[in-house]
Design a protein around this ligand. Structure first.
Ligand SMILES: [Zn+2]
Length: 487
């Protein structure tokens, strides 16, 4: 893999330090502290109760599944799982937070000291360490009307369970930022605890970036990039911010601590607010919620239920199945595609399978806006097509035709081959007769070929022979026969 260009190549005397806070929206059935459904509701304030709306006297009751999600995330990131964790109130006033405080885990989070391995461009592995993973509730949403001079509050999202995954400042380039986020998203998707949908905000990252001269003992002043909703934009935004800070420092300026937003149209970051000092949230332990005791048996039983994690899956695809790192990465980033590939592998040994999955299946889904689960070319059916190609029953172009037909009808590939008369003419005797015919019918070309040994000329003969079989001959066998008979 070639190395991605970065502004740091131009100014090697600088280094960048990046830490991330990622919010992961959990896909539990109900919200974190009440029995309201944990779904996206379009009509405002229709999916709320006294707890969501923060009525005085209403009491939170913890959803146990949220703890399970936290333990899963902790195990998958090699974290230490707390034996006792608790909940704290983080106080601030905002209209979308009617209680006046958010329930979070400030002092005793569910996980500490984990790490996420990422693969660098040279193939080496780096561990991005995690400070902590804690559980918290999401707030509602303020909606500011552009039509009228009014603002509205929608509390549907209030009480949605979140995990916040906080990294150490271990990340040192835009490439690593993206690699870390991709690795983290693949983990929560494989665990099936989060949709990973960045556009809907189900997986969102705040990025803290600071730049300093190499060898400096203190970190530079950091800027925070808020809520960017795609990997590409995060990569662009981080690279832009590194350049902005280096230029400021080079020109004798200072970096101010501020929160910035990424403008993807103008491709630049713009200031949202400056941070003069840390806000005082007056954290204290929530007296309405008991301490949560987590036993080692519970952790062990959750560990037993865990599916294969993306990092291990990548290794298996490369070392056991012979895929390239590029191919393995595409599969690992899409859990459903990876499982499609694995299922197809149960029915075929074909080396061509990966090409068909990445080129034909992905191409078909994209072109026809179909989801993998709705695709009529099931893993078994694709495997059946691959097996017919490998056995020489059909050739490549017939395989494409069968693929299209299966995608439209869902019929059995073998039956379709018979119906369409697409079986390749396999017998060498039969094909040799055709080759002899072609040679006899084109004496001038044969003479020319014998003198020049021109490859394009050779293609002419194979093409003629394929025509005679209506495309059902085996081009490889034809090639061999022509070579033999036109020596
Ligand atoms: Zn509720």
């Amino acid at each position: 893999m070639t190395k991605t260009a970065s502004i740091l190549d131009t100014f090697p005397e600088y280094e960048v330090t990046i830490g991330m806070e990622v919010h992961v929206q959990l896909t539990t059935k109900t919200k974190i502290f009440c029995s309201c459904a944990n779904v996206i509701s379009k009509d405002p304030n229709t999916n709320i109760c006294n707890v969501c709306a923060g009525y005085p006297g209403s009491l939170p009751v913890l959803n146990k599944d949220v703890i399970t999600c936290g333990i899963l995330a902790g195990l998958a990131t090699h974290s230490t799982i707390a034996t006792i964790c608790s909940f704290d109130r983080k106080h601030y006033f905002y209209p979308d937070l009617p209680k006046g405080y958010q329930i979070t885990q400030q002092y005793d989070p569910i996980c500490r000291a984990g790490y996420v391995p990422i693969r660098l461009e040279d193939g080496s592995i780096k561990h991005i360490h995690l400070t902590r993973i804690h559980i918290e509730e999401d707030a509602g949403k303020n909606i500011h009307s552009s039509m009228s001079n009014e603002s509205f509050v929608d509390l549907n999202r209030a009480g949605t369970p979140l995990l916040e995954i906080v990294s150490e400042p271990d990340i040192s380039s835009a490439y690593e930022t993206k690699a870390y986020l991709k690795a983290l998203r693949a983990i929560v998707q494989h665990l099936a605890i989060c949709s990973g949908n960045m556009e809907e905000g189900a997986f969102r990252a705040d990025t803290n970036i600071s730049v300093r001269k190499k060898g400096a003992t203190e970190l530079g002043t950091k800027c925070e990039l808020k809520n960017i909703n795609s990997f590409k934009f995060i990569g662009d935004a981080v690279e832009y911010e590194i350049e902005r800070q280096i230029m400021l420092l080079k020109n004798g300026g200072t970096v101010r601590q501020e929160t910035r937003l990424w403008d993807s149209k103008e491709r630049c970051s713009v200031i949202m607010r400056t941070k003069e000092e840390a806000a005082d949230y007056r954290f204290f332990e929530d007296p309405d919620l008991p301490h949560i005791h987590i036993s080692s048996q519970e952790v062990e039983s959750i560990k037993q239920s865990m599916p294969e994690m993306p990092f291990a899956k990548f290794d298996r695809f490369c070392s056991q199945l012979g895929l390239t790192p590029y191919e393995a990465e595409i599969l690992v980033e899409d859990k459903d595609l990876a499982s499609y590939f694995d299922q197809a592998m149960l029915h075929t040994q074909s080396k061509q399978l990966i090409n068909w999955v990445l080129r034909d299946i992905m191409g078909y889904l994209k072109e026809n806006k179909v989801l993998l689960g709705e695709c009529k070319v099931t893993p078994e059916k694709l495997a059946s097509i691959m097996n017919m190609v490998d056995a020489g029953t059909i050739n490549g172009s017939a395989a494409k035709k069968i693929f299209e037909l299966v995608a439209h009808t869902g019929h059995d590939p073998k039956e379709l081959v018979k119906e369409q008369g697409l079986e390749q003419i396999g017998s060498v005797d039969e094909l040799e007769k055709i080759v002899q015919e072609v040679i006899a019918q084109n004496p001038t070309q044969v003479e020319q070929y014998k003198q020049t040994r021109n490859e394009r000329m050779f293609g002419f003969f194979v093409g003629k022979a394929m025509q005679k079989t209506q495309g059902k001959g085996n081009p490889a066998v034809f090639t061999e026969l022509f070579l033999k008979l036109m020596q």
